[in-house]
Write a protein that binds this ligand. Sequence first.
Ligand code: SF4
Ligand code: SF4
Length: 145
Amino acid sequence: MFYDSGLRFQCQMCRYCCSAEPGYVYLSEEEIQGIAQYLSLPIDQFMKIYCRAVDFGDSWMISLREKADYDCIFLSEKGCGIYPVRPKQCMNYPFWPSIMESEENWKEEAMHCPGIGQGDIIPGDEIRRRLEDQADPAVIPKIGD
Ligand code: SF4
Ligand code: SF4
């Protein structure tokens, strides 16, 4: 793959990936439990306040909510409000399968993420590890009509 010999990346803390455009941050059951616990909230209350269900045809997936300006609900002036327990999707950006499937996609992402091309080289093995470290998003089947 184009990243076998490693790629330079170092987050510049610009917060673009937590804001700016509509998007989804999908959560696994473990992440839902972990964030609710971190916020000292019962799971149902956490989901009501901070989550939304995304329609996937015959099922729903759970994503964090966004504010009206598309900022993540947990983004503030101080940064991520759940940083120690932030979802894997956030932790592993920009090493997402959709971005890493081609060099063209990686270069295109670099137009949005100023951390791409900066800092030390992340070795190919580490990129592979991050690519495999994807959360299993919680799926809620729809009950029949
Ligand atoms: S867009 Fe890139 S540089 Fe900016 S906060 Fe996200 S990972 Fe860091
Ligand atoms: S949970 Fe934190 S790191 Fe993830 S998008 Fe929201 S503010 Fe950014």
